[in-house]
Design a protein around this ligand. Structure first.
Ligand code: SF4
Ligand code: SF4
Length: 257
C-alpha cells in the first residue's frame, strides 16, 4: 500500500521494468525499503477489508492509530495488534480517499505492492484490487529479465501442483502468501538446473532406460518428494519445503513459517 495522494499530471504509469520491480519487491519483502508503487488515485487495498498487522515496535504508527480500532493479533505474541476496518471494509485511517497517517503507516502498508499479483499471475482475492492489477504491465530489458519472470510463474505452477508441500494450510488459501512464496523461491526455477517430474508415466520410464536412478524415484509416504542431486552427489529425499529450499542453496526465509 503506497501513496494514495493522487497525481497532478494525469494517470499513474502502469508499465514497469520487470527487473526493477523484482529488485524493489525483494527489498520491500525483506523490509529494507518501502514498496514504491505508483498508485496514483487508487486506494483499493485500503478499502477492501484488510486487517493490518501493527507490531509492538511500530511506535509511530501506534501513536497515530486510535486504540479503539486495534485488537490483539491472533496467533502472535502479546503486543502484536491488528487494525480493523469499517462496515464498508475501509481502513479507519482512510479519510476522503487518502491515508491520514501516510508518513507513519504500518510496515504492512509500506511493503504491500499489488503488482505482485500481476507478476505471479496469482488471482487477487478482492475485486477492486484485481481490477487495478489488470492494468499493470511489465517491460523487459533483457532475455534474463524474461527468464526471471518465467521463473516466477514456474514457481507459482509448482506451488499449485504441489499444495501439500506448502509450509502450512493457511498459505494455500492465501493468494498473497502464495505470491510472496513464489517470489522468495523463484531463483530455484531459473534455467540453470534440470527439473524432472517423476510421475511414474511414460516419460519417466523412457528416461529410466538411460538412467536407472530416475526409475527408482518415487513419492515417499504418499507425499510429493524432491530428490536433489548436484555434481553426481544425491541428498536424502525430502517432502519438506524448508528442507528443499536449504538443499537448493543459501538459506532463505520461507513465508508463513
Ligand atoms: S491496490 Fe495497488 S495501486 Fe491500488 S493503492 Fe493498493 S498498492 Fe496501490
Ligand atoms: S493505514 Fe493508510 S495505507 Fe494503511 S491501509 Fe490504512 S489508509 Fe491504507
Amino acid at each position: 500500500m503506497a501513496e494514495r495522494q493522487g497525481r497532478a499530471n494525469g494517470p499513474a504509469p502502469t508499465a514497469v521494468p520487470f527487473s526493477v520491480w523484482l529488485r524493489e519487491i525483494q527489498a520491500a519483502l525483506a523490509e529494507e525499503a518501502p514498496a514504491d508503487v505508483p498508485c496514483g488515485a487508487c486506494n483499493a487495498c485500503c478499502r477492501t477489508s484488510h486487517f493490518i498487522h501493527v507490531r509492538p515496535e511500530e511506535k509511530r504508527a501506534l501513536a497515530r492509530i486510535p486504540r479503539r480500532v486495534l485488537f490483539p493479533a491472533p496467533d502472535l505474541p502479546p503486543g502484536n495488534l491488528v487494525m480493523g476496518y469499517d462496515r464498508e471494509g475501509r481502513c479507519p485511517m482512510l479519510v476522503d480517499g487518502r491515508c491520514t497517517i501516510y508518513a507513519d503507516r504500518p510496515i504492512a502498508c509500506r511493503t504491500y505492492d499489488c503488482r505482485i499479483y500481476a507478476a505471479t499471475g496469482v488471482a487477487a482475492d478482492r475485486g477492486p484490487i484485481a481490477e487495478r492489477v489488470r492494468l499493470w504491465e511489465f517491460t523487459y530489458a533483457s532475455r534474463e529479465d524474461r527468464e526471471r519472470h518465467a521463473a516466477v510463474t514456474a514457481a507459482v505452477r509448482f506451488v499449485g501442483d504441489h499444495p501439500e508441500s506448502l509450509p502450512s494450510e493457511a498459505v494455500r488459501h492465501d493468494p498473497l502468501r502464495v505470491a510472496v512464496l513464489a517470489i522468495a523461491v523463484h531463483e530455484r526455477f531459473l534455467p540453470n538446473k534440470i527439473l524432472l517430474l517423476a510421475d511414474g508415466g511414460a516419460g519417466q520410464k523412457t528416461l529410466a532406460l538411460h538412467n536407472e536412478f530416475i526409475g527408482s524415484v518415487t513419492p515417499i509416504d504418499g507425499k510429493a518428494t524432491a530428490y536433489v542431486c548436484e555434481n553426481y552427489v544425491c541428498q536424502l529425499p525430502t517432502s519438506d519445503l524448508a528442507t528443499l529450499v536449504q538443499l537448493l542453496g543459501p538459506r532463505q526465509e520461507v513465508p508463513g513459517r
